[in-house]
Design a protein around this ligand. Structure first.
Ligand SMILES: NC(=O)c1ccc[n+]([C@@H]2O[C@H](COP(=O)([O-])OP(=O)(O)OC[C@H]3O[C@@H](n4cnc5c(N)ncnc54)[C@H](OP(=O)(O)O)[C@@H]3O)[C@@H](O)[C@H]2O)c1
Length: 297
């Protein structure tokens, strides 16, 4: 199999730490609904393959029930810990975040994670104090050294506004579903304004779940122009906007192909064209029970 010899560049987080701009995810396709189910050897092997290809940014979460596999792969890869960027997220044990990180670290077999995220804001109902209290708990985790950076996931403007009101440490990043068919209005501009970085999960949704949509012809013609796959055009569209892309694959060839997104740049006009056509269509892949069908926030 042809392997690309490219290293994944970093993006600087507002706290000064650095995050690789493409991450390998251990959720969605790898998700296990039962926390007692046996370890998934395929995930361990795939994660080791990803690391051997050059992925150092590994995205996990307690709710995926795959932290043990991620930990095994890290250990078996023999790559020095400091060369890896490991994320996990809290939601199941949100009641006690300092206890939750200890459980996650034990499963991962690590002393610290590079990034710890509140997985979603939806546990909080109306009162902003609920989010503020949880943010204070995640700040404690950062102070203990068990997480180098802290952030959130699936937060919208009102959730971020709430925690920014009382935060001592600002969220470094917000991991959201982000692709041309879900651009969230001016949410990206809001993040720039507040100096919070964005990571995109589900970046390939326009081809994995939205094929046949209005972007197909443009993705095909750009893929031809840059001699890559449409998926790499979507990853590049994310990266060219200063956003970190979190993707995954069970296939070595695809994981290697994704890295071709680092070998070219879209022109600003091409980024804009993809954005404009993308806005004509709406598709949300995750957390659909929390939003109305046409809600683009
Ligand atoms: N914070 C959150 O709430 C949240 C939510 C969802 C996901 N995430 C994170 O983000 C990561 C990535 O999410 P995602 O899986 O939705 O990302 P994605 O990059 O949009 O999709 C990756 C998936 O697409 C498939 N794929 C790639 N190219 C394809 C093609 N040309 N045709 C058909 N299928 C193709 C891959 O399957 P193959 O194995 O067949 O290649 C893989 O399962 C997750 O693993 C997780 O870590 C976070």
């Amino acid at each position: 199999m042809a392997k690309l010899d490219v290293s994944i560049p970093d993006l600087e987080l507002p706290d000064g730490n650095k995050i690789p701009i493409i991450g390998y995810g251990t959720g969605t396709a790898w998700f296990k609904t039962d926390s007692n189910s046996p370890k998934d050897q395929k995930l361990i092997d795939s994660t080791k393959t990803a690391i051997s290809i050059g992925y150092t940014h590994l995205d996990g979460a307690e709710v995926y029930n795959t932290e043990e596999e991620l930990g095994d792969a890290i250990k078996q890869s023999k790559v020095p810990r400091e060369k890896l960027f490991v994320t996990t997220k809290v939601i199941t044990n949100i009641k006690d975040i300092p206890a939750a990180i200890d459980i996650s670290l034990k499963k991962l077999g690590l002393d610290y994670v590079d990034l710890y995220l509140i997985h979603a804001p939806f546990f909080a109902k109306e009162d902003p104090a609920e989010l503020q209290q949880k943010w204070a708990q995640i700040e404690q985790v950062a102070a203990s050294g068990k997480a180098k950076s802290i952030g959130v996931s699936n937060f919208l403007k009102p959730h971020l506004d709430a925690i920014l009101e009382t935060a001592k440490v600002r969220p470094a990043i917000n991991q959201i579903e982000f692709h041309p068919y879900l651009q969230h209005g001016d949410l990206l501009a809001y993040h720039k304004n507040k100096d919070i970085k964005v990571a995109a999960y589900g970046p390939l949704i326009p081809i994995t779940r939205g094929s046949g949509g209005p972007l197909d012809p443009l993705l095909d013609s750009l893929a031809k122009k840059y001699a890559v796959n449409p998926g790499e055009i979507l990853l590049r569209w994310v990266i060219d906007q200063g956003v970190v892309a979190i993707t995954t694959s069970s296939k070595e060839q695809r994981l290697s192909d994704y890295l071709r997104a680092l070998t070219f740049k879209l022109t600003p006009k091409e980024v804009e064209e993809i954005s404009n056509i993308g806005k004509s269509h709406h598709l949300r892949g995750f957390w659909n029970d929390k939003f109305d069908k046409d809600d683009r926030s």
